[in-house]
Design a protein around this ligand. Structure first.
Ligand code: NAD
Length: 453
C-alpha cells in the first residue's frame, strides 16, 4: 500500500510513499532493539562525535532538505532553511550533552551512593505534519544522545524530509537500526509503536484527541510518554507598549507557517485604551504580509497543508465578523488569506479552539487582571507574548499566565537550548533545553557498601 504526497502550493504529486503495515513496523522495532545494546555501549565521546557528524551532514544538505520541505509542506523557503538548520543545531547541542550526562554522588551511611542515567530503550517519535523537520529532531537527537535507539513515524502528509534524515544518519555513520523511519497511517504505524512492548517510550506531538488516546495506550504498559499538543496562545498588548513594534510583529506571531503552529498567538488581547491605535498599525502590517509561492525567497506565508484542512479552517469563519484580511494567490494550491476577526463573544469556537490556520481573534481588555483572566481561559497553555514597557508588570503577567513558554516584547517561542512544552492540556513533559536527556533516561541508584566484613 502507498499514498501520494501532494505539494500544497500546486496540488501536484511530489512522490508516492509506502504505507507500512503493523508487521513492517514490528520489523523496524526489532532492528532498533537489535541495535540498542551496541549503541548504548558506544563510548560517550564517540557517540557525541557521530551525532556531530550527523549534524554536519544535515548542514551540508540544508538546501536540499529545505527545498524538499517546501515541495512537501508548503513552508516558505526561508522557514524551511531555518528548520533544517534547527535539526543541525539540535544534533550538535545534544552531541555536547552526551559527555555531560552526569549522575550524582549522594552522601549516605555505610558506603557510597551514585546514580547513573541509563537509556530507556527503543523510543518511538510520532511527528505531526506542521513542522516535520524540527519536531523529528527534538525527539530523535536527545533520545540518541542518551543512548536510546529511535523509530520515527512522520505524518502521512509530510514524510519526505524525515525519510531523508534516516538516509543522512546512515551517511553520517550511525549504525543500522539506530534510527529507523517508518511511514504509514497513524493508527497502524503509530498505534503499533504505542502497543509494542519493546518500545519503551513514546514521544508524541500532535492533536489533543490523538494525544489522549496515545496516553491511554501507553498506560497499559506504564510506557513513558511525552505529549506536545495543541495551543491557543495569547498575545497580550498593554497600552504602554511600543505599539508600532508590537503591531508590526503580531502578524508573524500567528500567520507564520500559515497559522499551522502550535505556538500561534491566535488570540490577540489589546488594552482598550490603545485598541484603535494598535488596530490601525496592525491592519497595515497584515495587509503587507507576502502570501505567495513558498519557493520564492520573498515569501512570508505559504498555503495550508491540504484541501481538507483548508475546509476545516474556513468553517471557523462562518458567521464571524472579519475586521480585515490580507491577500492570497488564487488558482491551484490550498491558499487562505490572513484573516483578522473581532470577536467579543469569547465562547465562540474560533476563540476557544485551536484553528490551526491564518486566523486571529482580537479582543479588548480593561486592565492587567482582565488580561490574565482572558489569557488563562480554556484548556490550553503552550506559548504567548506580553508587550509592555513596565518591567514589573511584564514579569507579574508572565508568572500569572498558565503557559509553558512566554516572551516579553518578542514573539519567539522556541530555542533549542531552552525548555519547551505545555501547561494544562497543551502537553505533558518538556522537550529541548539543557535537561532533555533526562526525559530519555531512567535514573538508576547504586549503593556500594564500604563496611568492613
Ligand atoms: P495528529 O494528532 O492528527 O497526528 C500526529 C501524528 O500522530 C501523525 O504522525 C499521525 O499519523 C499520528 N497518529 C494519528 N493517529 C494515531 C494513532 N491512533 N496512534 C498513533 N499515532 C497516530 O496531528 P496533526 O494534525 O498531524 O498535527 C497538528 C496538531 O499537532 C495540532 O493540534 C498542533 O497544535 C499539534 N502540535 C503541537 C506541537 C507542540 O509542540 N505542542 C507542535 C506541533 C504541532
Amino acid at each position: 500500500m502507498s499514498h501520494d504526497v501532494i505539494n500544497p502550493a500546486t496540488e501536484a504529486v511530489v512522490a508516492t510513499v509506502a504505507d507500512h503495515s503493523a508487521e513492517e513496523t514490528d520489523a523496524a522495532v526489532a532492528r532498533a532493539t537489535a541495535a540498542l545494546d551496541a549503541w548504548r555501549r558506544v563510548a560517550p565521546a564517540d557517540r557525541a562525535r557521530l551525532l556531530r557528524r550527523f549534524g554536519d551532514v544535515v548542514d551540508a544538505q540544508n538546501e536540499e532538505l529545505a527545498r524538499l520541505e517546501v515541495a512537501n509542506s508548503g513552508h516558505t523557503i526561508a522557514n524551511a532553511r531555518w528548520e533544517a538548520g534547527n535539526v543541525r543545531d539540535v544534533l550538535t547541542y545534544y552531541a555536547g550533552a552526551v559527555e555531560r550526562h552526569i549522575g550524582k554522588q549522594i552522601p549516605v551511611a555505610g558506603g557510597v551512593d551514585v546514580t547513573f542515567y541509563e537509556p530507556i530503550g527503543v523510543v518511538g517519535v510520532i511527528v505531526p505534519w506542521n513542522f516535520p523537520l524540527p519536531i523529528a529532531g527534538w525527539g530523535l537527537a536527545p533520545a540518541l544522545a542518551a543512548g536510546n535507539t529511535v523509530v520515527v513515524k512522520p505524518a502521512q502528509l509530510t514524510p519526505l524530509t524525515a525519510m531523508r534524515l534516516g538516509e543522512l544518519a546512515l551517511d553520517a555513520g550511525l549504525p543500522e537500526g539506530v534510527l529507523e523511519v517508518v511511514t504509514g497511517a497513524g493508527g497502524v504505524v503509530g498505534g503499533r509503536l504505542v502497543d509494542h512492548p519493546d518500545v519503551r517510550k513514546v514521544c508524541f506531538t500532535g492533536s489533543n484527541e490523538v494525544g489522549r488516546s496515545i496516553m491511554e495506550g501507553c498506560a497499559a504498559q506504564v510506557k513513558r510518554v511525552t505529549l506536545e499538543l495543541g495551543g491557543k496562545s495569547a498575545n497580550v498588548v498593554f497600552a504602554d507598549a511600543d505599539l508600532e513594534r508590537a503591531a508590526a510583529s503580531a502578524p508573524y506571531a500567528v500567520f507564520d507557517n500559515a497559522g499551522q503552529d502550535c505556538c500561534a498567538r491566535s488570540r490577540l488581547l489589546v488594552q482598550r485604551s490603545a485598541y484603535d491605535r494598535f488596530m490601525e498599525h496592525f491592519e497595515r502590517a497584515v495587509k503587507a504580509v507576502r502570501v505567495m509561492d513558498p519557493a520564492d525567497d520573498d515569501a512570508e506565508m505559504g498555503p495550508l497543508i491540504s484541501a481538507a484542512h483548508r475546509e476545516r479552517v474556513a468553517a471557523y469563519l462562518e458567521g464571524a465578523r472579519v475586521a480585515f484580511s490580507g491577500s492570497a494567490p488564487t488558482g491551484p494550491g490550498y491558499w487562505m488569506a490572513p484573516t483578522v476577526l473581532e470577536t467579543p463573544d469569547r465562547s465562540a469556537p474560533v476563540f476557544t479552539e485551536e484553528v490551526f490556520g491564518p486566523v486571529v481573534s482580537v479582543v479588548a481588555f480593561e486592565d492587567e487582571a482582565e488580561a490574565v483572566a482572558i489569557a488563562n481561559e480554556g484548556p490550553f497553555g503552550l506559548s504567548g507574548s506580553i508587550w509592555t514597557r513596565d518591567v514589573g508588570r511584564a514579569l507579574r503577567v508572565a508568572r500569572a499566565i498558565e503557559t509553558g513558554t512566554i516572551s516579553i516584547n518578542s514573539n519567539s517561542s522556541v530555542r533549542y537550548s531552552t525548555p519547551f512544552g505545555g501547561f494544562k492540556q497543551s502537553g505533558l513533559g518538556r522537550e529541548l533545553g539543557p535537561d532533555a536527556l533526562r526525559s530519555f533516561s531512567e535514573e538508576k541508584n547504586v549503593f556500594i557498601s564500604t563496611e568492613e566484613a
